[in-house]
Design a protein around this ligand. Structure first.
Ligand code: PBG
Length: 310
């Protein structure tokens, strides 16, 4: 009876599973603040992608940890860069799995910021960064990425990436833009996982103030005008009102990113025996979907898929 009148139904088909890919052979480094999450060398990333796919998860989101970082973030757009190699390997092994690549420079810059930094003023140089982001997106798609996901929040990045992809003949590649990305404490564990914390300053000049919701609608509007195909709100849990409001203002698919800190909170409580992990995760994912998300990015994606089919 309850099933018949249930308003929100979960399915593995709406989940995206983030993976951290690192250089080296046979590497499986645990991320201490995210129990169950690992930095994986390509062979292990392929195996993990395959496991997720077998459970019914349709897509992975790749983050790269390069061997070297520099001021120009050259590892981000290197045709032999870590994400490019991982994308090829995953598409070779599991062609039906959708590969989404994080298009951002922060994992590749020596200072850990999402853009090129002016040596004299310490400011992020928006337009120089756009060129590098567009190059990064094109090289990821060249390697087989199905969707690129710019996560940097630079002004004009969606338009810059769209025009570069169109010029390169990739008119059909989708852009999932992190349209409303808040300056959030909940990215903390990710910065350990991706080894990408800023070495100085913070990201408040290019990420949004948690106090603002209407600003998110403005950011979404700009990204939609620039050609975004899917818009994302991030983090998810503290911003469900934003997910709902974005849903009401656009007809594009909405994604919500349940970020590293959200994962870590549930894991920590579960490990202490304070919460039932399965129930907590399913309730959380239900809430995110009820708020209006069509696509949910979660480090729990394979677990959710398994629990739903059990
Ligand atoms: C930037 C990026 C970040 C996350 C996804 N893409 C980090 C940041 O902005 O500091 C965070 C995701 C998470 O916390 O799970 N490349």
């Amino acid at each position: 009876m309850r099933g018949l009148v249930r308003e929100t139904r979960l399915s593995p088909s709406e989940l995206v599973y983030p993976l951290f890919v690192t250089v080296g052979e046979d590497v499986r480094n645990p991320v201490s603040s995210m129990p169950g999450v690992f930095q994986l060398s390509i062979n292990h990333a392929v195996a993990e992608a395959k496991r997720a796919h077998d459970l019914g998860v349709p897509a992975v989101l790749l983050f790269g940890i390069p061997a070297e970082k520099d001021e120009a973030a050259s590892g981000a757009y290197d045709p032999e860069g870590i994400v490019q190699l991982a994308t090829r390997a995953i598409k070779d092994a599991v062609p039906e799995l959708i590969v989404i690549t994080d298009t951002c420079l922060d994992e590749y810059t020596s200072h850990g910021h999402c853009g090129v930094v002016d040596k004299n003023t310490g400011e992020i140089l928006n337009d120089v960064t756009l060129e590098l982001l567009a190059r990064t997106a094109a090289s990821q798609v060249e390697s087989g990425a199905d969707i690129v996901a710019p996560s940097d929040m630079m002004d004009g990045r969606v338009a810059a990436i769209r025009s570069e992809l169109d010029n390169e003949g990739f008119q059909n590649t989708l852009i999932l833009s992190y349209a409303a990305k808040y300056a959030s404490v909940f990215y903390g564990p990710f910065r350990e996982a991706a080894q990408s914390g800023p070495k100085f300053g913070d990201r408040r000049s290019y990420q949004m103030d948690p106090a603002n919701a209407r600003e998110a609608l403005l950011e979404v509007e700009l990204d939609v005008e620039e050609g975004a195909d899917i818009v994302m709100v991030k983090p998810a849990l503290p911003y469900l009102d934003v997910v709902r409001r974005v849903k009401e203002t656009t007809n594009l698919p909405i994604a919500a990113y349940s970020v590293s800190g959200e994962y870590a909170m549930i894991k920590a409580a579960a490990q202490n025996g304070w919460l039932d992990e399965r129930a907590a995760v399913l309730e959380t994912i239900t809430g995110i979907k009820r708020a209006g998300a069509d696509i949910i990015v979660s480090y729990h994606a394979p677990d959710v898929a398994r629990w739903l089919s059990a």
